[in-house]
Design a protein. Sequence first.
Length: 122
Amino acid sequence: MVLSKDIIMKAIKKFNETFAPETTAEFVGISKDENKFAVKFSRACMSCGMYDYFLDFIEILEDLTKKKFHIEDEIVVVDPLVWILIISVGEGKHKHKVRGNIIEYDKKWNIMRIKSFSFNEK
């Protein structure tokens, strides 16, 4: 076992105790080989640097496990603002590969259109 859900949940609990209500983290899932997992960040403060929160979460996780982690992928849903990170065990460069959806509504809150987007920052 490389990483357990219990350890991830401890990191999430510590993160939420430290940073809520500005943002909160929630467990999404873990890969079968336990080398990567997904965490959802929501209720984000728009004036705050979200990437700093992501790095704070990784730092908490590294302190608990004494292992290195890096961000493999970012998925953002713009309405409501939610970020889902795929975090991998091991050394690596944090990737700024972002993809997501922008949802447009009519005046009665019916979904009119969903626009997908993606970009890679080099």
